[in-house]
Design a protein. Structure first.
Length: 110
């Protein structure tokens, strides 16, 4: 399974609801992730560009996209950024493969 970094921002209405009744929203989304065959490795509140940061393990891109669609449809999230992650081992393997390739930048002489 692959790792994904999820960053999300709540709507002002969602923040107001959380301020009135603080709750662990990861427990609300965990069943969705479980149903898609994934896991929430960890999650954090954040401040700045995003309100929530979590590390997910998911079986594939389609499952991650389905989760994103479902969360947006709920109306509490106004922005989501999902970044596919590679382990160091995968990164090294990709560099070794890249070493075997030749790419030429576009020039006026083609």
């Amino acid at each position: 399974m692959a790792y994904y970094l999820l960053q999300a921002s709540y709507t002002p209405e969602a923040w107001a609801a959380l301020a009135r009744k603080p709750q662990d929203r990861m427990e609300a989304v965990r069943p969705l992730i479980d149903k898609l065959g994934g896991t929430i490795e960890d999650a954090w509140f954040a401040f700045g560009d995003y309100d929530i940061v979590s590390l997910l393990r998911m079986p594939d891109n389609i499952s991650v996209a389905a989760f994103s669609h479902a969360v947006f449809a709920g109306g509490a999230i106004k922005d989501v950024k999902i970044t596919p992650l590679m382990t160091w081992e995968e990164g090294i393997k990709s560099l070794l493969k890249a070493r075997e390739l030749t790419y030429r930048s576009p020039t006026e002489e083609t």
